[in-house]
Structure formats: C-alpha cells, structure tokens
Design a protein. Structure first.
Length: 233
C-alpha cells in the first residue's frame, strides 16, 4: 500500500470527555513546577519569590485513568503528584488573565508521575528534568469536563490516596498562580492552542509508590482518577 511515510505514524494522543464519545486530541503537555506553597517548601523552594516555571512532557506520555502501568526503569523512587489539568479551547498569545480564562475549554484530574531520584540528580547537576518527568506513561489523565459545566476551578478539594490511605489533601485555592494566571503567563512564551494541556502543580504530601499500589485521586467537581502500578518490565 502506498504511503507518504516510511513508518506508520503513531496514533493521535487523546483524552476522554465526560458526556460524549468524542475525544480531545492532545498536542502538547506543559507542567507548572511548585505551584502550591507547602509543596514548594517540601521540595526546598521559596514560594514567596519564585515566579511560575514550566517543564514539558511529550503527548505520547499520556495515559488514561484506570490503566495499569509498569514500574518505570532507571528509578528507585517513583513518585505521584496529583494535579488539576487545564485543556485549552482557543488560541492565545501574550494575553491577560481575563482573556486567558475565556480560552480554557475544560479541566481534568491528572497525575504527574516522577522519577524523583533522577530529578534530584538533575537538579544537583543543573541539568534538564526530561528523564525524570517526560518518560512513557507519566502523564495520567481522567475525563475532561467542559469549563461551562464545572466552572472556573479556582477552589475545591484536591486529594490523593494510595491503597486507601490519604497522602495528599489540598485546595485549588491554595495555588500560588490560579488557572487564568498560569495560562496568561505561559502565553507570554508560547502560542497556546486547542490541544494543549497544562498540569498546574501539586499540593504537598508527594511520595513513593511501588508495584501493586493503587492510586486514587479526586478533584471536587471533576471526579476521580485511578492508576495501578504494575511490576517493572
């Protein structure tokens, strides 16, 4: 069969949307570092002086809630970070928070899975975090909910439990930068478009998980996500 490609292109990464069989195509995943004061202090930062900063994950790192993922290679300290994820619905570039908020299409619960020991080594050496953050199946996402249905998501409980024991509990109101401010700030550096996801940071209480552990996170107004850790490959 004739093809314009040498190899078959990979499947388009996409996310489930509540109330419809249609899916949200994902092109990029941005993540905000240390956006809750208690977590910033937990990780050795100073939230009183730090502007927002970002790292990325490839769209191919996306994995749906309910999945079982293998314990990743190269780490002995595999951590969860429960987060609110923003889904963009309109293009924006260098906009105000008011304009940014109107461009948000929806929200979902998310997990930023992290090889913490590799992140610590990268920090110490002044190197990028890619190996610690951007590995396969490191961006877990629950169902997207349209902003028109769930509201602005500037407040509400965010929790995560491991094997039924609560490990993280915070409130979206505790974010240093709220969702509109994050989108506005990121738009100073990127032409944001529909298909872009933005993970907005995690409360304190991050910690390790291992094979056999079951994670359950929840954000008020959005519902829950789950993830099971399988054995190492």
């Amino acid at each position: 069969m004739n093809s314009a490609y040498i190899f078959t292109p990979p499947e388009q990464p996409s996310a489930a949307v509540r109330g419809t069989d249609r899916r949200y195509a994902v092109s990029r995943i941005f993540c905000v570092g240390r956006n809750y004061a208690a977590h910033a202090r937990e990780m050795g930062g100073d939230p009183s002086r730090e502007p927002p900063f970002y790292f990325t994950k490839p769209a191919s790192a996306l994995v749906a809630s309910g999945a079982t993922v293998p314990y990743p290679p190269g780490t002995r300290d595999y951590h969860y970070e429960m987060e609110l994820a923003i889904a963009m619905g309109a293009p924006v570039f260098r906009v105000s928070p008011e304009v940014a908020r109107a461009a948000i299409w929806g929200f979902a619960p998310g997990l930023d899975m992290t090889r913490r020991d590799l992140q610590a080594e990268a920090k110490k050496a002044g190197r990028p975090w890619d190996v610690a953050k951007g590995f396969e199946q490191s961006a877990v996402l629950g169902e997207l909910v349209r902003a028109a249905e769930c509201g602005p998501m500037d407040a509400g409980a965010i929790t995560l439990s491991v094997n039924g024991v609560q490990k993280q509990r915070g409130d979206l109101a505790d974010m240093i930068w709220n969702v509109a401010e994050i989108v506005a700030n990121l738009s100073q550096f990127y032409h944001l478009k529909p298909g872009d996801l933005i993970y907005t940071g995690t409360p304190d209480g991050v910690g390790p998980v291992g094979p056999g552990d079951r994670l359950e996170g929840e954000i008020a107004g959005l519902g829950a996500l789950t993830l099971t850790i399988g054995p190492a490959e």
